[in-house]
Design a protein. Structure first.
Length: 198
């Protein structure tokens, strides 16, 4: 009888744990869906308000343009005077740290979680992504897990960055390789105010 009660209690605890996990997952999916809808509202102030309410850190003067998508916004930190272009994907399943005066163009995808294609269970591997100050990422570039983009580095349009990039290096291609170096290294510019309805 004691074994039967013990098994029933274990089943009940396991069921409650799984139900709670599932409920949390559904709640986060609803929040992320809501953020996607809010992402098309034509006001930077309104979008920033809701992004911050969802746990994202966005410092002064930074803007996220319309149509951005997020995965777990609570792990995303954006510095000051940074602009994220239309349709960007920012993955917060692991820490995503974006510095000051960073210019991220339209349709850039930054991921910090991916499947291990060599494992038997296809499990996810998550690694933080760091984008240092004054980085420019061109349109439709893809940044993959574990990458650090050094200060002032430049990622060319359409590049797929699989490895960290040294400060002031210019990279391009698939996979991205160094194709040059930024001549100006004493960077002090600001990106300025974003367009009102983007």
């Amino acid at each position: 009888m004691a074994n039967k009660d013990l098994n029933r209690n274990m089943f009940s605890e396991d069921f409650q744990r799984r139900a709670k996990n599932r409920s949390n997952t559904v709640l986060w999916e609803l929040i992320i869906f809501f953020l996607h809808i809010i992402g098309f509202f034509p006001s930077h102030h309104v979008r920033r308000f809701f992004y911050r309410m969802a746990g994202m850190t966005i410092r002064g003067g930074s803007t996220i343009h319309t149509g951005a998508r997020f995965y777990n916004p609570t792990n995303i930190i954006i510095g000051k005077d940074t602009i994220v272009g239309e349709g960007a994907v920012l993955d917060g399943r692991q820490n995503l740290v974006i510095g000051d005066h960073v210019d991220i163009a339209s349709d850039v995808m930054i991921y910090n979680s991916q499947h291990d294609i060599h494992s038997t269970d296809f499990h996810a591997i998550s690694e933080r992504v760091v984008i240092d100050d004054y980085v420019f990422i061109g349109p439709r570039a893809i940044i993959l897990p574990g990458v650090t983009l050094g200060k002032g580095s430049v990622v060319g349009a359409g590049a797929v960055v699989t490895k960290s990039v040294e400060p002031y290096a210019i990279v391009g291609g698939v996979p991205a390789v160094v194709i040059g170096e930024r001549k100006q290294k004493d960077l002090h510019y600001t990106l300025g105010r974003a367009a009102w309805f983007r």
